[in-house]
Design a protein around this ligand. Structure first.
Ligand SMILES: *[C@@H]1O[C@H](CO)[C@@H](O)[C@H](O)[C@H]1NC(C)=O
Ligand SMILES: *[C@@H]1O[C@H](CO)[C@@H](O)[C@H](O)[C@H]1NC(C)=O
Length: 245
């Protein structure tokens, strides 16, 4: 008897719960990137510092760093670039990135390790009135992490592109990314940033703008699109393939 009434109370509660569609506990807020509220930072991706980025294959890292910078082009984001002591061994910002944004601000720090310690940089970032910051830099543990932590302290929402920051080892990358995550930084992939900013393939920018961009900067997707297009325009189903569809 007792068991039955317990069961019926349980079922009744579950039914009431299901009817309301309200979860028992509320999950964390999913803050989506908004291209009209995001600012892209390129931090110390300098030709000398590139030599320290050893946690990726160097060709892969070069491509990922340029892909990060190119987000500003396809989503028409404001871009702020900064360098650390670029007359010295750190070298200039990667030439390809400077050529992408000849009119965007480049704050050349003369000593501050954390870009947020530089007044011009703070003023420049604040002047855009944007609350979402997408960033990457060399090195992950210093240039990216220090700035990301300062931006969080200031109240910004921060997305750290994990593929476009480089450091000396996978160990250092992992502990640095963990440190940022603990401070509420969203440590994410390039493709995650792209899809979060785009949201829907039917938007502008959407498929029309992003597919050519992905073909250059995210070839696993671009080549997939090429295969599909080639099949549609001049494909032939091979013997045996026909059994798969
Ligand atoms: C930022 O906000 C200030 C104050 O409202 C305004 O003067 C300035 O033009 C804004 N800047 C941009 C880039 O929208
Ligand atoms: C289409 O495929 C055929 C072979 O199936 C090939 O001979 C032809 O050159 C292709 N045409 C184009 C435009 O690629």
């Amino acid at each position: 008897m007792k068991f039955t009434s317990f069961l019926s109370v349980g079922l009744f509660s579950a039914a009431a719960f299901a009817g309301k569609h309200t979860p028992a506990t509320k999950g964390p807020k999913y803050e989506r990137l908004d291209k009209d509220n995001a600012l892209l930072l390129v931090v110390d991706i300098q030709e000398g510092l590139y030599q320290i980025a050893r946690d990726f294959d160097p060709t892969l890292y070069r491509d990922q760093a340029l892909a990060h910078a190119a987000l500003g082009k396809v989503f028409d984001l404001p871009v702020v670039m900064t360098t650390s002591a670029d007359q010295g061994p750190n070298g200039p910002l990667a030439r390809e990135i400077l050529e992408m944004y000849p009119k965007s601000p480049l704050v050349q720090r003369q000593g501050e390790v954390n870009a947020w310690d530089n007044e011009d940089f703070r003023k420049t970032v604040r002047s855009y009135n944007r609350t979402q910051i997408i960033m990457a830099g060399i090195t992950t543990d210093v240039c990216t992490t220090f700035l990301a932590l300062s931006l969080r302290e200031e109240g910004y929402s921060v997305w750290a592109n994990a593929e476009a920051s480089g450091t000396n080892s996978a160990l250092v990358r992992e502990i640095s990314n963990d440190r940022m995550v603990a401070a509420g930084v969203q440590v994410v992939s390039l493709f995650s940033i792209v899809c979060d900013l785009m949201r829907d393939w039917r938007n502008t920018p959407g498929a029309k703008e992003l597919i050519p961009w992905l073909n250059v900067y995210y070839p696993v997707w671009g080549f997939l699109a090429r295969t599909h297009a080639a099949a549609v325009t001049n494909g032939t189903i091979q013997p045996g393939e026909d059994t798969l569809i």
